[in-house]
Design a protein around this ligand. Structure first.
Ligand SMILES: Nc1ncnc2c1ncn2[C@@H]1O[C@H](COP(=O)(O)OP(=O)(O)O)[C@@H](O)[C@H]1O
Ligand SMILES: [Mg+2]
Length: 277
């Protein structure tokens, strides 16, 4: 942990198995350790299937843990379920990749945003005020409350999903590939929004992405996951520019660059690394 951030989330030696059939298990996380400080953005990168979403689900209590420990603000939440887990939703929220699938199309934006507050017992008047505040935070017009998710673009829908995550003023948001479904220009504006929101609210992010270029823009530190294990962790600058693990180097070289000549060079280097790994 960087000295500038007080500890908030700590994951130690986490093991998660999926049961595929009777007596057949697949070990998706093989002893993962990672930490996120208050106000810090920690990136989790790795190719598809490496276990990034599994870690996110374990933090949210959506998948059982075999062994290891998850501590949030000094409390062991590894096996927290039921009412205590629902209370934790005040502190730990999530934004998923797909802004289409994650918003109920039959609810207005006002209803989508007010729902988590009503669940938490907030009065109607207070909920209305908080919803207006959150729309303003994610730079959506106030009259969005009366409209339906289908009336918005992909980027705007992701703003709605971010506002919904923020509405209970959480301390940590698990962002699971939150810009991966967006075009490059929209990606850039949503990443700016994540950065601004962190500055304004002090919220922490565990920022999951398969794209090193994305985490480079928003994260203070980065961990690299490969086949259910963290193979490299460190300051973003170091991991994304001078990675020490061959897998991270391959990931870096696989990221597209704008210049076609450099792209060709990097492709040759990538093929070389792939063959030697
Ligand atoms: N519900 C599940 N049942 C069985 N295997 C799963 C399940 N969810 C994910 N997996 C497997 O666990 C591994 C990690 O998946 P996931 O955490 O989704 O990876 P990532 O988010 O990095 O793409 C993959 O091999 C995937 O096929
Ligand atoms: Mg995933």
């Amino acid at each position: 942990m960087t000295a500038d951030f007080a500890p908030l989330l700590s994951v130690q030696d986490l093991v998660v198995d999926y049961r595929l059939a009777r007596k057949v298990r697949f070990r998706a996380l093989k002893g993962v350790s990672i930490s996120v400080g208050a106000g810090e953005c920690v990136g989790l990168v790795g190719e598809s299937g490496s276990g990034k979403s599994t870690l996110g689900r374990a933090l949210l209590g959506l998948t059982p843990v075999e062994s290891g420990r998850i501590t949030f603000d000094g409390q062991d939440i590894t096996h927290t379920r039921g009412a205590a887990r629902r209370r934790l939703a005040n502190d730990i929220q999530v934004v998923f990749q797909d802004p289409y699938g994650s918003l109920d199309p039959t609810m207005t934006v006002g209803e989508v945003l007010a729902q988590p507050l009503q669940v938490a017992g907030t009065t109607r008047a207070q909920a209305r005020a908080t919803v207006a505040e959150m729309l303003d935070r994610v730079r959506l017009p106030a009259d969005s409350v009366h409209r339906y998710p289908s009336e918005f673009s992909g980027g705007q829908r992701q703003r709605i999903a971010i506002a919904r995550a923020l509405v209970r003023k959480p301390r940590l948001i698990v962002c699971d590939e939150p810009v991966s479904a967006l075009d490059l220009t929209t990606q850039a504006t949503i990443l700016e929004l994540f950065i601004d929101l962190q500055r304004e609210t002090g919220v922490s992010y565990l920022f999951v992405s398969h794209d090193l270029g994305v985490v480079r823009r928003v994260c203070h530190r980065v961990s690299v996951m490969y086949h259910g294990e963290i193979v490299e962790s460190g300051p973003t600058q170091t991991v994304t520019h001078e990675p020490s693990h061959p897998y991270t180097r391959r990931l870096l070289l696989a990221a597209p660059v704008a210049d076609p000549a450099r792209q060709a060079e990097r492709r040759a280097a990538w093929l070389g690394l792939r063959d030697s790994a």
